[in-house]
Design a protein. Structure first.
Length: 279
């Protein structure tokens, strides 16, 4: 025991105690983490999710490893193929997504948004940045990242805006500016998860407001976590006054319309957080 303390210090010992008192588990299947079996080669890009390399500072130099998905669930993550063309929304804006809509993606979104695992944002943002590079490099010139804003009350309750965290991570990776002050949410809205497409559009109509004129010649990259019907992004881009040729949407995944079976997973994730009545 004394030898172990000498090698790792009191911080390492505290980490061991925390791990013993609060054992981690996969946020999708509940399997205990960390596992002992070596992960398959195909899962190695997602190693931080189950190896403990994502850390949360607890006190001073003491950090706590964060575990989100087991190797089996991480292995179901599927990046959007490089050859895939960006999806066009009903209004004509392109939507560039990093991942295909899968339950494991929504488990990560839930951990980020509702369980406060904001340490996931830089890791997820790296995949969003890669998707932008692979699918539309032209957008890297003269673009500004604008995160979808939360209502001030909701952001104060949550403590952060997950879209702003993702935008910051993408901007850091690609050297793009992030403007969190250009757009504001001027009224609170109901959660979109349980609404049909028509109700979603009504819910967010006129919910956003541009704070100042757009800089001349700038292109807008609207950043959100999940795009389902596209109603929120549509309302935000309308408020910004962006033409489809001068704007695009960047997100973790595009789950299709509200009638798309794939969007059921989005609703199921949000349904686990009934307190989130206004996004």
């Amino acid at each position: 025991m004394l030898q172990r303390i000498g090698r790792r210090g009191l911080g390492g010992l505290l980490q061991d105690c925390i791990a013993a008192l609060f054992p981690a588990s996969c946020r999708r299947c509940g399997r205990g983490l960390p596992g002992r079996e070596p992960p398959p080669r195909a899962v190695r890009p997602y190693t931080p999710l189950f190896a403990g390399s994502l850390q949360r500072t607890a006190c001073g130099s003491v950090s706590i490893p964060l575990y989100t998905l087991c190797p089996a669930c991480a292995g179901t993550l599927r990046r959007v193929p490089r050859i895939a063309a960006p999806v066009a929304t009903d209004a004509g804006w392109r939507c560039i997504a990093a991942f295909e809509p899968e339950p494991s993606v929504f488990a990560l979104v839930h951990a980020l948004k509702y369980q406060g695992v904001h340490e996931l944002a830089p890791w997820l943002g790296a995949f969003m940045a890669a998707a932008l590079r692979h699918h539309d490099r032209d957008l890297l010139a003269g673009s500004v990242l604008v995160p979808v804003p939360l209502h001030p009350k909701r952001e104060a309750e949550r403590g952060f805006n997950q879209s702003a965290l993702l935008a910051a991570a993408v901007g850091h990776r690609l050297g793009l500016p992030v403007d969190t002050m250009l757009l504001r949410r001027r009224r609170a809205t109901r959660s979109q998860a349980r609404l049909d497409t028509s109700s979603r559009r009504t819910n967010v109509r006129d919910a956003f407001e541009r704070r100042r004129p757009l800089p001349a010649g700038v292109r807008i990259l609207l950043v959100d976590d999940v795009v389902t019907s596209g109603a929120t992004a549509h309302a935000a881009l309308l408020a910004l006054g962006c033409e489809p040729a001068r704007a695009a949407i960047l997100c973790l995944c595009h789950a299709g319309g509200a009638a798309d079976p794939r969007s059921t997973a989005t609703a199921a994730v949000c349904a686990r957080s009934p307190t989130e009545s206004s996004l």
